[in-house]
Write a protein that binds this ligand. Structure first.
Ligand code: ZN
Length: 472
């Protein structure tokens, strides 16, 4: 369906935008219960938002805003209108393997993921699976996904086709993988990928050293140098397991017994303000202070961490200390569901179990982590993360009429603890409508399904050979 079915022939007076270029598309959202997430946390009960091209051009009270002639008019019907949700950690192409390895697996990474990847990964699977994941993400209101995987150029093309943003990290790891036969060959691949996509309106290319136990100190520094050379992010799993120090010792023998993972990474020169760490569970208060001092962002994935029995990150301490922390899910084999909406509730539950009190993470704190907090962790807060004039238009409209969205006395509580991904009605990214009334706008879904069916059939065949899977 086309977006212009929203056009309802609004009679207009040209005011604010009389000087707008006729070539620049104007889109308006009316009847918005607007959660801005700006510095004053303004919530406007009945607002209009005007977008000119990719940016937000005006926000205001309906009665006072002089509405120009928009090409597209979207009636939010009193629904919550909020900044697009940001996901800080995923491996979206692994959606092809979702649901495998759910039965008493000793080590998901080594017993299931690595064998699957070794046998099945190729450019086509990575591309088609990434497109499928991006469809699911868009429908759940995620407007930016942070990814770490292989052939990230394929991921980039898939994410762009659906129309959402990607901060996409090409993996650097110390053994041969699908797109790099030499150990650490991902570094050269990453540089080519960065050169190809730097400056793209939706894609921010990045370099992704896999983890401190699979990447040597020398290669961590090389990744940092690449990140700084091109001014792109570096993303990495970090302090994820209690056994991480032992794994680093076994592999590289470069960490001392009394050193924390964060302290080690700082000593070897890996911490810098372009770094986004995923998980960051095993750390103390000094480490948290160090992360803040170095400007390191944190992607908190409570839903995956508790599913994997990994432990509870000190997320509330990081948040209150002022570390730039946002939310992610980890890959579809670790978290299965990929929406950011429900991670908010999990973040609160996990932190409250850890603290032994419910006085941890207000609903507003949770929405902050899912939006502007995630933008800060990626150093993108100047452009996205809140609904403010001049910012890029990444906007989600929630359904006000669904039974589970009522009552709604406090918009933050409704978003953080009541809403489901199915309540996402409309999604706008970079000023473009990506989801309209729960329908994907930019992808031929029949053609996609044919390619995706073929991918799933191939995985299903190989799955039968895995000893860890239950037999029919
Ligand atoms: Zn991960």
């Amino acid at each position: 369906m086309k977006a212009n079915r929203f056009l309802i022939g609004l009679s207009v007076t040209l005011g604010l935008f009389a000087a707008a270029s006729p070539a620049t598309a104007l889109t308006a959202i009316i009847n918005a219960r607007l959660v801005t997430m700006d510095a004053n946390y303004r919530v406007l009960p009945k607002a209009t938002i005007l977008m000119e091209g990719e940016r937000i051009a005006a926000i205001g009270d309906e009665a006072r805003l002089n509405t120009p002639s928009p090409e597209t008019l979207i009636d939010a019907q009193g629904g919550i209108v909020m900044p697009g949700l940001i996901s800080l950690h995923n491996h979206i192409s692994m959606i092809a393997f979702r649901g495998i390895g759910e039965y008493d697996v000793e080590n998901l990474l080594f017993d299931v993921m690595f064998p699957l990847e070794k046998e099945l990964l190729n450019r086509n699977l990575i591309h088609v699976a990434a497109r499928h994941a991006a469809l699911e993400l868009a429908l759940s209101g995620v407007t930016l996904v942070t990814d770490m995987y292989y052939h990230e150029d394929e991921v980039a093309r898939a994410v762009k086709a659906v129309g959402i943003r990607g901060v996409l990290g090409e993996t650097v790891i110390g053994f041969p993988v699908v797109d790099a036969p030499e150990p650490f060959g991902g570094l050269a691949y990453a540089e080519e990928f960065i050169k190809e996509f730097k400056g793209d309106p939706l894609i921010i290319p990045a370099v992704a050293p896999h983890a401190p136990y699979t990447v040597s100190p020398e290669m961590l520094r090389a990744c940092r140098a690449l990140s700084e050379k091109y001014d792109v992010p570096m993303v990495m799993h970090m302090a994820e397991f209690p056994t991480e120090r032992q794994l680093i010792t076994d592999e590289f023998n470069t960490i001392s017994d009394d050193e924390s993972i964060v302290g080690y990474l700082d000593r070897v020169g890996a911490l810098h303000d372009g770094l986004l760490g995923a998980h960051v569970i095993e750390l103390g208060s000094e480490d948290i202070a160090l992360l803040k001092e170095r400007g390191v962002g944190v992607g908190h994935n409570p839903k995956a961490n508790i599913k994997g029995g990994q432990g509870l990150a000190p997320a509330f301490e990081m948040f209150t200390t002022g570390v730039d922390i946002g939310l992610g899910t980890d890959g579809p084999m670790s978290s299965n569901q990929m929406d950011t909406l429900n991670v908010m509730g999990y973040a609160a539950r996990v932190a409250r179990v850890k603290a032994g009190t419910s006085a941890v993470f207000t609903p507003r704190d949770l929405v902050e982590m899912a939006t502007i907090g995630g933008a800060r962790a990626l150093d993108l807060e100047e452009d996205i993360g809140s609904i403010e004039v001049g910012k890029k238009a990444d906007i989600v409209i929630l359904d006000a009429k669904a039974p589970n969205m009522q009552p709604s006395y406090d918009a933050y509580a409704t978003i953080a603890h009541q809403a489901y991904p199915g309540n996402v009605r409309t999604v706008i990214v970079n000023g473009q409508i990506v989801v309209a009334d729960r329908l994907i706008e930019k992808v031929d879904l029949d053609a996609h399904q044919r390619e995706w069916d073929a991918v799933m059939a191939r995985v299903a065949e190989f799955r039968k050979t895995l000893a860890v899977e239950p037999k029919p």
